[in-house]
Design a protein around this ligand. Structure first.
Ligand code: PEP
Ligand code: MG
Length: 754
């Protein structure tokens, strides 16, 4: 049975559309269970019917036409109960409904199982037998397992199918796909799909049936890649330092030299298919470098593989030379990353939509930083089919409308207008100090990560940078940036904000921030080799970074260094020791560098319980609520399936924050919050009440949070916090805080997603 199940699932997954997928199911299930009829009904809650979408045994003409009323018949019962119903004599059941349109004769044996995805019934899979038949346990679990396995595939195919008919007929207005609201705002634009580069490792071994044709194809692809690289080099000329640009020269040299190209051509001549020949040549070359001891030379292996991927991509597709991004690009992808985002010219990026990920994924955080609406976790999005479509992105409600109706467009134009109005209201707050009504100053800092983000709002309003994520500049390069590149990068941030403080966080890669040139493969990346753990195992990377930070701050003295993902106190001791070592080496070398304040991020729950020991050892504490929430609640911050559970206003998170603030204050250490919670105006009152000293957030949140701070007193915030601590559930806490904001006249902030 298991093998049959696997085969069916495979066949369904490779079906081009919903219709074929369902035809496969009904045909194969009918054979496997030896029944007279197998049908699939899909439930349309809007029209309150279960529509017959595929059958093997009933009349084919009924498909798509026959609809069973939502709450009637046995199919209705399976849907209501959301569990299987197994009857040997269906007609004697009170809910039995006899339908003639589908050519039904009297069937006695009945087994119906619900198809469920994310707690929602999508439809019902039914088998029937003329003779009375009670299906045995094995048969029930076979159908049950099949339905569960297929729910995902059906959801996806269903979405595509619906979207295609929507494209053609536009009969149903306002159809949208739902995801997680991840950065507020509305955008109307055109979809551009971000594809992953071709994967060499999956190229099969095949023989060429036209070697000369393959050689021509290959030479053509090489010439195109050469052209691509030259264009890319010219485009990056102004933004990348000379050291980085040299990479393009190295790649071009490899392409121009005879060994890569010559060997591939030889392989094709000896009978290998062009893609196979490329795969083998690239692997052979890369393996030579893989074995080298020198870290720099080892990295050349990834350069070679990168080159291979580029050629393969050219061979596999006839993609145009460069994606032309339309003026209002809505970037869509299966799993968008920070790198995909920065590849779109900033003035053309209108919104981002990702099939996976959630509001706490780094790409979403980045989108908030540059003020671009974002929706994450749109699981039903048929990414492969929507390139070039018109779309509306509603970042407040997490909706993407594909090929929207004119009436929907009008509604959204109104919303854009409202947003502008709201922005003007906020502008007035910008010039005022960030101070409560009883005169407590709460400096607001900026979270940032890319120099290109600068120039947006917040540059003048922010009292400093509370979190500079140094891994983002590492992510958009092809190798570890050297000391000089890092100095230039950090200097720019430090200089832009001087004399205001800038907190540079040491490298926090791993988790959902992999480096393309430093692959780490783990089954549990968020619990694995991440952040400071990598720095401790690679002191050379850490020391280079710290040296660059100290040198960049020379003469400015506004640098603060922050350590992420600390779990134990001894890690702090070791890292502070390394920072001191870098400092004394630089002083010995004759540089004018100063000893910076060093702080730790509290984002691993263990530290909450050691806060006092920690506080004694460092100059400041910054709470990373994004990770703290994920680790306290055991909810992956990137997983849309459990995103409902991810809530930084969970009572346990609030209590953890209070413990940290109180513990750090006992030793006179200031506390900042730099997770996304700091930029959520609903949470502002709670953080104020706890006595958090500074808040650090994306540029887009600064004015909203300041508006809240200027509207309450610290005393009132403390009282409200006490009331919130009596509430047991995060959802109720949110409702309570929404009411509070309305009462103090800030209802403009209460719209979903704001
Ligand atoms: C956090 O975890 O809250 C944080 C600010 O760090 P990051 O989001 O970069 O993991
Ligand atoms: Mg973190």
């Amino acid at each position: 049975m298991l093998e049959i199940l696997h085969r069916i699932v495979q066949e369904v997954n490779s079906s081009p559309d919903l219709g074929e997928a369902l035809d496969v199911i009904v045909k194969r299930v009918k054979q496997a269970v030896a029944v007279d009829v197998c049908s699939v009904y899909l439930t349309d809650f809007e029209r309150r019917t279960h529509v017959l979408r595929a059958t093997n045994g009933l009349r084919q003409e009924a498909v798509g036409k026959v609809g069973l009323p939502l709450h009637r018949g046995l199919v209705g019962l399976v849907c209501e109960r959301a569990e299987p119903i197994n009857l040997d004599d269906a007609p004697s059941h009170p809910r039995y409904l006899f339908m003639t349109e589908s050519g039904e004769v009297l069937y006695h044996g009945f087994l119906g199982v619900p198809i469920i995805q994310n707690r929602r019934v999508l439809g019902v899979l039914v088998v029937r037998q003329r003779k009375p038949r009670k299906f045995d346990d094995g048969e029930v679990s076979f159908l049950f397992t099949l339905a569960a396995q297929l729910a995902g595939a059906i959801t996806h195919a269903k979405a595509s199918g619906e979207l295609i008919s929507l494209q053609e007929s536009l009969e149903t207005p306002a159809r949208f796909l739902q995801g997680r609201p991840s950065a507020s705002g509305v955008a109307v634009g055109k979809v551009v799909v971000a594809y992953r580069m071709a994967d060499l490792s999956v190229v099969p071994d095949r023989e060429s049936d036209d070697p000369q044709g393959d050689i021509d194809l290959f030479r053509g692809a090489v010439a195109r890649v050469e052209e691509d690289l030259k264009q890319l080099q010219a485009r990056m000329n102004e933004t990348l330092p000379a050291e980085e640009l040299a990479l393009f020269d190295a790649l071009l040299l490899m392409l121009g030299g005879d060994s890569l190209v010559g060997q591939t051509v030889d392989r094709i001549r000896s009978g290998e298919w062009v893609q196979t020949a490329l795969h083998h040549t690239i692997e052979e070359h890369a393996r030579v470098f893989d074995k080298m001891d020198d870290i720099y030379l080892r990295e050349r292996a990834s350069d070679i593989r990168d080159l291979g991927r580029r050629i393969l991509m050219r061979l596999q597709t006839d993609t145009p030379d460069e994606i032309e991004h339309p003026d209002r690009t809505i970037l869509v992808g299966e799993e968008l990353s920070a790198v995909d985002l920065v590849e779109v010219p900033k003035d053309k990026l209108a919104a981002i939509v990702s099939a996976s990920g959630s509001a706490s994924s780094h790409v979403a955080i980045l989108a908030r930083g540059i003020g671009v609406p974002a929706i994450m976790g749109v699981e039903d999005l048929p990414v492969g089919r929507v390139d070039g479509w018109d779309a509306i992105v509603d970042g407040y409600r997490g909706r993407i409308y594909l090929s929207p109706e004119p009436s929907v467009c009008m509604e959204y134009e109104r919303l854009v207008e409202e947003d502008l109005e709201f922005g003007r209201e906020l502008e007035a707050v910008g010039r005022q100090p960030s101070e409560t009504t009883d005169g407590i100053q709460v400096p607001l800092h900026l979270n940032t990560g890319l120099i290109s983000e600068m120039g947006a709002v917040g540059l003048t309003e922010a009292a400093g940078v509370g979190l500079y994520r140094t891994e983002l500049p590492f992510m958009i390069r092809d190798r570890f940036p050297g000391e000089a590149v890092q100095i230039a990068n950090y200097r720019k941030v430090l200089e832009t904000f001087a004399p205001r403080p800038v907190v540079l966080r040491t490298l926090d890669i791993g988790g959902d921030k992999p480096l393309p040139y430093f692959p780490v493969s783990e089954s549990n990346p968020f619990l694995g080799w991440r952040g400071i753990r990598i720095s401790l195992d690679h002191p050379e990377i850490f020391l280079t970074q710290v040296r660059a930070m100290l040198l960049a701050a020379s003469g400015l003295d506004n640098l603060q260094i922050m350590l992420p993902m600390i779990t134990t106190i001894s890690e702090v001791d070791e890292l502070v020791g390394l920072i001191q070592r870098a400092l004394s080496e630089l002083l010995e070398e004759g540089h004018e560098v100063a000893d910076p304040p060093v702080g730790v991020m509290v984002e691993v729950p263990a530290l909450v319980y050691q806060i006092e020991t920690l506080a004694r050892k460092v100059d400041f504490i910054s709470i990373g609520t994004n990770d703290l929430t994920q680790y306290l609640l055991a909810v992956d911050r990137n997983n849309p399936r459990v995103a409902e559970l991810y809530n930084d206003m969970h009572p346990a998170v609030l209590r953890a924050l209070m413990t940290v603030v109180e513990g750090a204050h006992r030793f006179g250490r200031p506390v900042s919050v730099c997770g996304e919670m700091a930029g959520n105006p609903l949470a502002t009152i709670l953080l104020l009440g706890m006595g958090v000293d500074t808040l650090s957030m994306s540029a887009g949140s600064l004015l909203k949070v300041k508006w809240v701070i200027r509207s309450v007193s610290r005393t009132r915030a403390r009282e409200l916090l006490q009331s919130v601590l009596r509430i047991e559930d995060a959802r109720q806490i949110r409702e309570f805080l929404e009411d509070v904001l309305k009462q103090i006249g800030l209802s403009g902030l209460v719209r979903p997603g704001r």
